[in-house]
Design a protein around this ligand. Sequence first.
Ligand SMILES: Nc1ncnc2c1ncn2[C@@H]1O[C@H](COP(=O)(O)OP(=O)(O)OP(=O)(O)O)[C@@H](O)[C@H]1O
Length: 269
Amino acid sequence: MNIVEVKHLKVWDANTDKVIIHNSSFQVKQGSCLAIVGESGSGKSVTCRSIMRLNKPWIRLSGTILFKGEDLNQLSEQEMRRRRGKNLCMILQNGMSAFDPSCVIGVHIRETLQTHFNWNNRESERKIISAMESVMLKNPQEILNQYPHQLSGGMLQRIMIALALVLEPDLIIADEPTTALDTISQYEVVEQLIRLRERMGCSMLFISHDLGVVQKIADEVMVMKDGAIVESGDIRSVFSKPEHTYTQYLVTTRLELSNHFRKLMQEGT
Ligand SMILES: Nc1ncnc2c1ncn2[C@@H]1O[C@H](COP(=O)(O)OP(=O)(O)OP(=O)(O)O)[C@@H](O)[C@H]1O
């Protein structure tokens, strides 16, 4: 069964008439992780934001986006807001942009949880603290009293993962969740994302430039170039026998690069 079915998605900028995504169709299977790879500007983030309905107002789309059989484009903004967080959860590249800079983390989390659950403050806090401990965040109580700018990028990513653990969404969209992090934090965040999937059995859409990470976390991969899907399929077959020239280029350059990097890391430890 597919949790997400995107059919003939076309996205364009109404200000310039520039087409950003050309007639793209793909599915995310229930419980599976689909990675989207491709060069900068190929349309990975716009595709994900189209599912979340978080594109800027001048970015228009046509086609169908079914989530659990329901056409997301037919929902009112209020209905869509209810789906965000509880059903569809997004983990962004930059943790700073995900949290309200004007309030401490605890307030942001409490408000998010109260939008979706009938929990009182103490119950919300108990659940988030337990989730934060499970993603190896030390002194969670202290963290809840801090502002986003007082925390590192890796900590903010882990807080987002902890929040996802509490929200238990059906689909997690992770848009370059490790790009802004140092190597150690990247490794830890990937490990936590893998554990999150194992524990919740949720489906995932995972965008990354790092083919090594993609190989570790994803079941299927879709390769985008200039707003079009050029190749897709099971991760092992795509990476071992890439058919499209662009995928061949990506696999030879990027996979070699990350393998070399991993080897260096292992030698260093
Ligand atoms: N708000 C916007 N207004 C107009 N055009 C946009 C907007 N956001 C994205 N685009 C255009 O859409 C295209 C795809 O952008 P997108 O951010 O999806 O690429 P990407 O593959 O995610 O790249 P990256 O890996 O750098 O994040 C780009 O050409 C970009 O200029």
